[in-house]
Design a protein. Sequence first.
Length: 89
Amino acid sequence: MINSQLTVFFLTIAVLLSSFFVINAKHQNRKAFVELQALKSEQYDMETKWGQLQLEQATWAAHGRVEQIASKDLGMIIPSMDSVSIVKP
């Protein structure tokens, strides 16, 4: 009788501990999922920003813009064919 009561007591403790570990594992899983979603959102924001920066770089490096700055701000001109020398190796 005492032996069976002791067995029931230990089995009850085992079930309670097991349920505690299951609850803890579920909680950790939910925390990890929330963190994953936050990181995915941050990744999306960074990819959007990267696309905007690439577009901005392409705009600043456009051939027409560079040519305009070279002629207006730096006073550069396209040389005439008479002043061009071709160097052969």
